[in-house]
Design a binder for this molecule. Sequence first.
Ligand code: DAU
Length: 340
Amino acid sequence: MKLLVTGAAGFIGSNFVRLVLDTDPTVQVTVLDALRYSGNLSTMADFLPRIRFVRGEIQDRGLVDQVLREYHVTHLVNFAAESHNDRSLLDNSSFVQTNTLGVQVLLEAARKHGLERILHVSTDEVYGSIADGEFTEESPLKPNTPYSASKAGGDLLCRSHWVSFQTPVIVTRGGNTYGPYHYPEKLIPFFMVRLLSGKRVPLYGEGLQVREWIHVKDHASGIWTALNKGEPGQVYNVGDVNERQNREVVDFLLSQLGLDSTYVKKIPDPRQGAHDARYSMNASKLQALGWRPSTGFEDGLEDTVKWYCDNEEWWRPIVQNESYKAFVRAFYGRSLGDDL
Ligand code: DAU
């Protein structure tokens, strides 16, 4: 397999490449990544010598075309995305550019070069929020933020390219993912780096929203299973059974670090009506292909806490970066005040 992985300098993509290289050393991996704010070469440091790296955007038609031709790519997995809901509430144009138009470029290129498979990595957020029960792959798409709408746009383009051109495309929709190398803007890594810096953490509202958590290694193995055993034209949910309220997750982090609830600052919910109350997916379709998640939530979270404690040299340069600080100021300045 000659595999192009786009967006592999990010969280799930880098963990996926690690898994592929460990699982099947015969796979030739090329990475295309724009190294935007959340993609770092340091995230790929351990496997960089074993892959070919090209810097660039997935929206760059000429470059994508050149990479597919030059390296005789047979399979493509797309992780490249703008992925943070809160940023999409500040400015969402880059979300549509990458998450929707970028996918269109990859699909056209896959068609032109006759790829054997293209797998697009998406999210459970395209379904919107669910009060009871679980989303299946047949659930309607009802995205609530500009981020999730831009992802839904990519998903629908995938569907249309299968129906219209029989491009062999698979879509996976993952739940809230946690683990090492997670850029410190999402709940768990953001709270970890703040707590390790002696700062209070901003919990939106009362922290009652429910997220379905999956360890990044399980998410990566779900994508690998779907790539190798999935049917073209199909969607596969990649979820685990770990539903937790945000406040439960935060309590667990505090207890691991030996801290008390004075480190939590409840702030007015910045997402307001766009804050999905609950996600829950049925993943039996992927399980029917033999996939099983293998990391219990508490064990995985304990390891993740340890990873952030042990890998300050990875996250410290990120949080000291001026653009990172500018985002935190812009989004949390008013609500965190002196705690910023
Ligand atoms: O469900 C999959 C999705 O999970 C992915 O598609 C997204 O890329 C990923 O960002 C994540 O979306 P969420 O919006 O659920 O993740 P986030 O970590 O930003 O927030 C998780 C919950 O924690 C959410 O209910 C908001 C809350 N939260 C988050 C942050 C950053 C806080 O209370 N305080 C915070 O500072």
